[in-house]
Design a protein. Structure first.
Lengths: 622, 198
């Protein structure tokens, strides 16, 4: 880690942890139905929304009713996304005249966006009309994120309520998350992004001339529209040239803001936030990275406030930050040291800072000047990375986007060094609980807390309790389901894809890296992340279908058991802490919880990782 | 359970429609409205203009092969490099044999274009960017090409370096991202300096 890496990552962590405190407080007020200050002007709109939905927000639901409402609402959402994609060709706001999307790809995308995964088998600027992007995809970005928060709140209430059958009202939790949290934050972020150069319009693609005509070869097409092939079956090539190029347009900023804040991650363009129109400057990059983890970090404080002990929130946030910082260091170091094979080929991988050390005091506020050292470069493994971000911002983004279940990328993970690529893979495989998705990250982590408390209870031979609630057999069974489901899904789907033959044919890279592509794809879908080793051709019926089911299972087979735990906890009496109660805000507990998360992930996945990135690393360094 | 689902069906449908209007119609329209009023140039693609005529975008790189121009990063877009209509990275892994050969070929091509410029090639110039549209190169990658461009244009190297410096940006606010040289602006400035050049 050089000085630049320390400054940029330090700045990021300070901004993240600093902003999480006020936002956490704000959300606690909102979810209590008592929004502070300016946000009160939204209260009439909130009441209007309930009237339009035809619901009574003050009626509390049992956990079963709550779960049913959540499932029906999300099911309808998925159906709508599917239908809009299939009918896209006949719908408005389609200036590029894109046809309807294939059934398997539509199913996969519908499952993907309804589950907050945002795995994308398609390329945005060549597939989706503005109608599909805004009406189908953007809407799911909001409501799937709000659903995540809405499934967290009952679990928190489970700890605070005593001998109660009810755990809250789904419609009110959903509406408050959307109206007071996601919409205002997205609006502010979207406008900030546009000010830096992210596009936001509804015009057709703009054509601009190329300074130098691009000459290239492409397969010749016959009169029948098919590629002409020679005797060997290779396509015949013909010369072509391009004097101008189409610049993609569209309402990108509004969608990017929510895809970052809602830990969705689905890009407007094919290369996601590596695209200069999606992420033009280091400042947009910083803001977009901040947005990835902001709400998930803040929810820790919301949790602490709601259970009446802020230290509980801090303890969980400490675990998340520790694990995050460790993985960040590993990823940054691996990417900065780069690929020794490129050195051998004659490339210069050394990092050289643009500012001379003696001028470091003058660097703050320098925007454009002649003091940049002419030999400056970020060096390292730059394949698949953008110059303006360099190594540090790319590694920071990769770690953040996979710790959260975001899945947006600003560099191509497929081209990372083996160990640099191991980090995003493993952070997903930990179950997306290090910050994790909005709402679902924290409920996943609370499940790990419950099982940690349980193990600690076994060690001293007492009935375990957390926040005054006894943890018993039912809760532990559900917790085991929540922790093990994504693990089993990941490994089973990877094995199935590899043995069914559809895996190898979709690989871009040979050998161990090809295995990593399959493992990464199913780690991503089975943990609702959505990022990819994008060389893997996932847009085929086999992967679209298998992955679609993996995403649905890992979202809803986790959310429903969590709601069941919430219901079971709310029903219990509260027991006052005794001499034998394990305090859950101490450094000892932070260490226990960290170990628990890492050990489960490591025991499950190191054998698989050994076949992919670890073998490849050994091959790379020889 | 079935009766519960039925009871939740109508509110779900109504909520989905209302939230679609709110987040899928009103929200993007509000952002577009504010963006078009406050930042019309940025919101419409940050086009660089030569009088009335657009000559490119601030953020989208262009392909250059002529030795008289500075070259940008290799690009993995198809069917030609820097095709802004289809952004793409190469997605080639670090041990892919084809990738290693491509990099070796790029190193050789750069040395062949300027045999007097020895030494290792800055990594930016031989690796494809993530988007395939990267408008920038590192200062080291520009410096590597100064000798070639100066020779091809019969220009003084130091004058050329001054021009490169004028198209160089430091880290944003001195600490974010990386220092970078804008290739398209630099080449536009080169042509503006020498009227009659291609």
């Amino acid at each position: 880690m050089n000085a630049n890496a320390l400054i940029q990552t330090g700045l990021y962590l300070v901004a993240l942890l600093g902003l999480s405190v006020p936002l956490g407080w704000y959300m606690a007020r909102v979810f209590a139905g008592n929004p502070p200050g300016l946000a009160r002007i939204l209260m009439p709109l909130e009441r209007l929304l309930y009237r339009l939905f035809g619901v009574r927000p003050e009626t509390d639901m049992t956990w079963k009713t709550y779960a049913v409402a959540m499932l029906v609402f999300n099911g309808l959402g998925a159906l709508a996304v599917y239908a809009i994609q299939r009918l896209q060709g006949n719908l408005p706001l389609n200036p590029q005249a894109f046809p309807g999307v294939s059934p398997d790809s539509s199913f996969n995308t519908a499952a993907s966006f309804a589950t907050n995964t945002n795995w994308q088998g398609y390329g945005g600027e060549t597939t989706m009309s503005y109608f599909s992007q805004t009406i189908a995809l953007s809407v799911q970005n909001f409501v799937s994120a709000a659903t995540g928060m809405a499934c967290l709140l009952p679990l928190i209430r489970g700890f605070t309520r005593k001998t109660s059958e009810q755990i809250g009202n789904f419609w009110s939790d959903l509406t408050r998350s959307t109206l007071y949290v996601l919409l205002p934050l997205s609006f502010v972020l979207a406008v900030a992004l546009v000010s830096q150069g992210v596009v936001q319009n509804f015009t057709p693609y703009r054509t601009v001339p190329l300074m130098e005509t691009a000459r290239y070869e492409m397969p010749k097409t016959g009169d029948d529209g098919k590629t002409v092939v020679d005797e060997q079956g290779n396509p015949k090539m013909e010369k072509a040239e391009a004097k101008e190029v189409a610049l993609p347009m569209g309402p990108a900023a509004s969608q990017i803001a929510i895809k970052q804040l809602g830990t969705n991650g689905g890009g407007f363009f094919n290369v996601n936030s590596a695209h200069p129109f999606e992420n033009p400057t280091p400042l947009t990059n910083f803001l977009e990275m901040l947005a990835i983890l902001l709400i998930s970090a803040a929810l820790c404080h919301t949790f602490g406030i709601m259970v009446g002990d802020r230290r509980q929130g801090w303890a969980i946030l400490a675990v998340m930050t520790l694990v995050f910082a460790g993985f960040l260091f590993l990823c940054c170091a691996a990417e900065q040291s780069g690929n020794p094979r490129l050195s051998e080929a004659g490339a210069d991988l050394a990092a050289r800072d643009p500012y001379a050390p003696e001028r470091i005091s003058e660097r703050w506020g320098t925007r454009q000047n002649g003091e940049i050292r002419p030999n400056a470069q970020s060096g390292g493994n730059m394949e698949g990375k953008e110059t303006r971000f360099g190594i540090v911002d790319s590694a920071l983004w990769a770690t953040a986007t996979t710790c959260a279940s975001n899945g947006s990328v600003n560099a191509m993970h497929d081209s990372f060094t083996p160990l640099g690529g191991l980090v995003p893979m493993l952070t997903m495989q930990l179950g997306e609980v290090i910050f994790g998705g909005v709402g679902c990250g924290l409920y996943g982590m609370l499940i790990f807390v419950i099982s940690t408390v349980f193990i600690a209870g076994l060690m001293v031979g007492r009935t375990p309790e957390y926040l005054g609630k006894k943890i018993e057999a039912y809760e532990m069974k559900m917790a085991a389901l929540v922790i093990l489901t994504p693990c089993v899904l990941t490994l089973a789907c990877t094995a199935l894809a590899l043995t069914a033959g559809a895996g190898p044919s979709s690989m871009l890279n040979p050998g161990a890296h090809g295995f990593s592509e399959v493992l990464y794809a199913y780690s991503s879908m089975s943990n609702n992340n959505g990022s990819a080793f994008a060389g893997f051709n996932a847009n085929v019926p086999f992967h679209n279908t298998l992955g679609g089911f993996a995403m649905l299972i890992s979202r809803f087979w986790l959310a429903v058991p969590v709601l069941a735990i919430a219901g079971a906890l709310a029903r219990k009496k509260s027991v006052p802490p005794g001499a034998g109660t394990l305090p859950t805000h101490t450094p000892l507990f932070v260490a226990l919880l960290t170990a628990k998360v890492l050990v489960v992930g490591a025991l499950t996945f190191i054998p698989a990782l050994a076949l992919g990135p670890i073998v490849e690393h050994l091959q790379m360094i020889r | 359970m079935f009766r519960e689902a039925l009871a939740q069906f109508l509110p779900s449908l109504r909520a989905l429609i209302v939230l679609t209007v709110l987040t899928g119609v009103l929200y993007p329209m509000a952002v577009t409205g504010v963006a078009q009023v406050l930042f019309p140039w940025q919101a419409n693609g940050s086009l660089l203009m030569d009088g009335e005529k657009p000559v490119g975008s601030e953020w989208i790189g262009q392909p250059f092969k002529d030795p008289r121009y500075f070259w940008g990063r290799p690009s993995a877009t198809g069917p030609f490099e820097y095709n802004a209509g289809a952004s793409a990275g190469s997605n080639l892994g670090p041990t892919h044999p084809g990738f290693l050969k491509t990099v070796a070929d790029r190193v050789q091509a750069l040395h062949a274009a300027d045999p007097e410029r020895a030494g290792p090639v800055p990594v930016d110039l031989v690796t494809a960017s993530g988007s395939g549209l990267d408008p920038h190169i590192n200062p080291a990658a520009a410096e590597f090409q100064v000798h070639r461009v100066a020779q091809a244009r019969g220009m003084d190297e130091d004058a050329l370096r001054a021009l490169v410096a004028s198209c160089t940006e430091g880290r944003q606010f001195g600490c974010l991202g990386e220092a970078r040289v804008h290739v398209l602006k630099l080449n536009l400035a080169l042509d503006a300096r020498k009227p009659g050049a291609r």
